[in-house]
Design a protein around this ligand. Structure first.
Ligand code: SAM
Length: 229
């Protein structure tokens, strides 16, 4: 049984996709997708030997070796240009995901959709996506074992997108749809940010720019929480 988190990530992969799951670990995601969609074909990329072996084991166990290709290598290096139309990077910090996308840019030229599930720093990743000509077209939120995860799907297009700081923070689609864990996440974040602001203010040399940014975000969070009635 696939985790709630990864099941949710899978729902952002359209039928018949030729996709790569970078940092696939056990290759649970590509196997799940291929078992539920007989047209789909996946590549599981892993940089570490251990997870690479686990990925091969899972693929063999499900008898999917003709549809899920397990490859050892760093980030998007495992992809030939034009081979896939969708990339998934899930379960890592936003800045590692950004690095993987940045360093693999040459391999992204034919990729129509990027699906990411960062564990932290979602705003930075949204910024990266819009800066590189992707439009965020779909987002989701899922809660598992007390963690609240966000999933972002972005499509390459010519028009581009200009999100406000507020949309980068909450997510443009999430902000409109306010899925179930939304208020829970932002109540927690509110408390966290309050504490950070207090600590920063008491520092020997307070960084007023940073404090200002946090205060602005705090005001936006207060505003959205106000809607939860
Ligand atoms: N994507 C899976 C998930 O969401 O459950 C696994 C997440 S696991 C925390 C991160 C995996 O990414 C590890 O197996 C690690 O070896 C792999 N990884 C980290 N950096 C990588 C890179 N630059 N290229 C490929 N894989 C990488």
């Amino acid at each position: 049984n696939l985790s709630r988190r990864l099941t949710n990530v899978a729902s952002f992969i359209p039928k018949g996709a030729r996709f790569a799951d970078i940092g696939s670990d056990h290759a649970y995601l590509p196997c799940y997708v291929c078992l539920h969609d007989e047209e789909a074909e996946g590549i599981a990329g892993e940089v570490n030997e251990g997870p690479f072996q686990s990925a091969q084991d899972t693929v063999n166990r499900y008898d999917l070796s003709n549809r899920v290709d397990v490859r050892l290598g760093d980030g998007l290096d495992v992809i030939e240009n034009g081979e896939i139309d969708l990339v998934v990077v899930a379960g890592m910090g936003g800045s590692l995901i950004k690095t993987i996308l940045d360093e693999g840019q040459a391999r992204l030229s034919r990729v129509k959709r990027i699906v990411v599930q960062p564990n932290i720093d979602e705003p930075g990743l949204r910024y990266w996506l819009q800066w590189h000509g992707y439009t965020i077209t779909d987002e989701g939120m899922v809660e598992e074992n007390g963690h609240i995860y966000e999933i972002i799907a972005a499509d390459k297009d010519s028009t581009g997108q200009e999100l406000t700081e507020r949309q980068l923070l909450f997510g443009p689609i999430i902000l409109n749809q306010r899925p179930d864990p939304f208020y829970r996440k932002w109540r927690r974040e509110y408390v966290k940010r309050r504490r950070i602001i207090d600590q920063m203010t008491q520092a020997a040399e307070p960084d007023h720019d940073k404090i200002g940014t946090f205060k602005r975000e705090l005001a936006w969070i207060e505003e959205v929480l106000h809607d939860d009635n």
